[in-house]
Design a protein around this ligand. Structure first.
Ligand code: FES
Length: 213
C-alpha cells in the first residue's frame, strides 16, 4: 500500500483526525441566548433561518440548515455567525457550536470561498483519491480563495475518484483534471461539466428532472 501524504493528519489506525476533538476552553463564560437588541442579524439570513424553523415539529431540527445559511453569508461559521443563528433560534451559542463542530461540512475556522472536497475514503482511495487530493492541492497552490481538503465518503462511490466542488459532484476524476478544475473555478466557469454527476442521464425515466440539461 502506498504511504499517505503527510499533509493529512491521521490516527495510528488510519482515520483522519477531525477538528471536533479540539480541547474545550473551560475558562469561557457560560453561554446565554443572545439578546436580539444587541445582536444584529441580516434580514435575509433571519428570514431563511425562520423559514427553516417552520418546517420542523421541533425547531431545533433546523440548526443544520440555519448553519448552512449563516456559513453562506459569512464564509464560515464564525463566532458572529454562530451568535446570529443562536439569536434567531433562541438557543445558546454553545448549542449551535456543538452542531457546527460535529459536522465536517461546517467550517469553524476561516477558509477560502471555493470549496473543493476530494473524497479519500475507501472506494476513492482505491482509485487514486489520495493522489487526486495532492494534485488538486498543488494546482490550487497557496491561493487563499481555495479550500481544498480531503473528505470522507460523499456517497458517490460509483464515480470514484470524485470530488464535491462547491456542492457539485464531479467524477470519475483523473490527475489531469486537477489543473482544469482549479482553472474553471478561477475563471468562473462551470467545473468539468462533462464530469458532473447531475448531468448524467438517469436510468430511470420516471425519476425527477434535476433541472440540468
Ligand atoms: S468512497 Fe468516495 S464517494 Fe464513497
Amino acid at each position: 500500500m502506498s504511504e499517505q501524504p503527510s499533509a493529512v493528519a491521521r490516527y495510528g489506525h488510519g482515520s483522519r483526525i477531525p477538528g471536533w476533538d479540539d480541547a474545550v476552553d473551560l475558562g469561557k463564560d457560560p453561554a446565554t441566548v443572545p439578546d436580539p437588541a444587541t445582536t444584529p442579524v441580516p434580514a435575509e439570513l433571519r428570514a431563511e433561518i425562520e423559514a427553516a424553523m417552520a418546517k420542523y415539529p421541533d425547531f431545533r431540527s433546523a440548526t443544520i440548515p440555519a448553519l448552512h445559511a449563516a456559513q453562506a453569508v459569512h464564509g464560515w461559521c464564525s463566532p458572529e455567525a454562530l451568535e446570529q443563528v443562536a439569536c434567531v433560534m433562541r438557543l445558546t451559542p454553545g448549542y449551535v457550536t456543538a452542531v457546527a463542530t460535529f459536522y465536517d461540512m461546517f467550517e469553524t475556522t476561516p477558509v477560502g470561498r471555493q470549496r473543493v472536497y476530494v473524497c479519500t475514503n475507501i472506494s476513492c482511495s482505491l482509485r487514486g483519491g489520495q493522489e487526486m487530493l495532492a494534485a488538486v492541492k498543488e494546482a490550487a497552490g497557496d491561493d487563499p480563495d481555495f479550500n481544498v481538503r480531503g473528505f470522507e465518503c460523499l456517497g458517490a462511490c460509483d464515480i470514484a475518484p470524485m470530488a464535491s466542488v462547491n456542492g457539485e459532484f464531479v467524477g470519475p476524476l483523473e490527475l489531469a483534471d486537477a489543473a482544469q478544475l482549479i482553472a474553471d473555478l478561477r475563471e468562473g466557469r462551470e467545473v468539468l461539466p462533462e464530469k458532473q454527476l447531475s448531468r448524467r442521464p438517469c436510468a430511470d425515466p420516471a425519476a425527477k428532472d434535476t433541472g440540468h440539461e
